[in-house]
Design a protein around this ligand. Structure first.
Ligand SMILES: C[S@@+](CC[C@H](N)C(=O)[O-])C[C@H]1O[C@@H](n2cnc3c(N)ncnc32)[C@H](O)[C@@H]1O
Length: 256
């Protein structure tokens, strides 16, 4: 799996690629990340990568030509040439678990980080195959979005997390029927007068698992009811689950 990232700020990726549990995925090349600066493909003494927008208005627009030359250089290294070219942009569909899972099973992609007011539309029309948004807000650049995708993809690779399969216990995972994760507790048993739920201290595996399932159901019903409905439509809820949901309907489970 290889990701080629086109960015005017490659330096912001260094601490990200060398920190935390995902570091070994990048360092071992399991998720191979190569950074490319379009400035290296720009003309003139100033190596200009942006210019004023036609029609006027504030800000600058990234030039098509340095991006096209950069992409051509990447394509010369990548095989096959038909790998996706992703632009991070508010225009795209919001990233979610299903999309992350699909990317985590792919060969990777070319990731383009926009800056300024964005990129000359003619480059987008000719070269970009996918657009991904992080949500309904505007970032200063696509670098954070690229790191979000790389992180989410890397932690799904086998052997990256310390505890194999632990990502399956995370929110949105199909292994948990797409529900939100349950609350977690650790030592001390009493923290500032707040104790740990007795079920977790019972040592009874079945009781602990039932408590966790009910917490996931209740929390998800309270904050993201559409996810419970999705699990229901998929046939993933048992009669016990439905009885629990009916019993807690209208009651507050946890702080949203
Ligand atoms: C200042 S933004 C440009 C915003 C653009 N003028 C607009 O209003 O949609 C610069 C770059 O940040 C990235 N970006 C901004 N918001 C984003 C979001 N919600 N999701 C993904 N990337 C985003 C894009 O690559 C964009 O080209």
């Amino acid at each position: 799996m290889r990701f080629d990232v086109i960015t005017l700020f490659p330096e912001v990726f260094a601490p990200f690629l060398t920190s935390g549990v995902t570091r070994r995925a990048y360092e071992s090349g399991l998720v191979d990340v190569k950074l490319w600066n379009p400035r290296d493909f720009a003309d003139g003494n100033y190596r200009r990568v942006d210019d004023r927008p036609f029609g006027g208005g504030p800000g600058m627009v990234m030039l098509a030509e340095p991006l096209a030359l950069c992409l051509a250089a990447i394509r010369a290294e990548r095989a096959p040439c038909s790998d996706p070219v992703v632009l991070f942009s508010p225009v795209g569909a919001a990233l979610n678990h299903a999309a992350v899972e699909a990317w985590s099973e792919s060969n990777g992609a070319v990731l383009i980080c926009g800056r300024y007011e964005g990129i000359d539309q003619r480059f987008i029309d000719t070269s970009v195959t996918h657009q991904i948004s992080l949500g309904d807000f505007v970032l200063s650049g696509g670098e954070l979005a690229a790191m979000v995708l790389l992180d989410a993809v890397a932690r799904l690779q086998p052997g990256v997390l310390n505890d194999e399969g632990s990502h399956q216990m995370d929110s949105f995972n199909p292994a948990l029927d797409g529900l939100l994760d349950c609350p977690n507790y650790t030592r001390p048993e009493d923290w500032q007068g707040q104790t740990v739920p007795t079920e977790l201290m019972s040592g009874n595996h079945a009781r602990i698992e039932r408590w966790r399932r009910e917490q996931r159901l209740g929390l998800t019903q309270q904050t993201r009811p559409e996810l419970v409905e999705k699990a229901r439509m998929a046939g993933s809820l048992t009669a016990k689950d439905e009885a629990f949901l009916a019993a807690v309907a209208g009651k507050s489970i946890a702080k949203p």
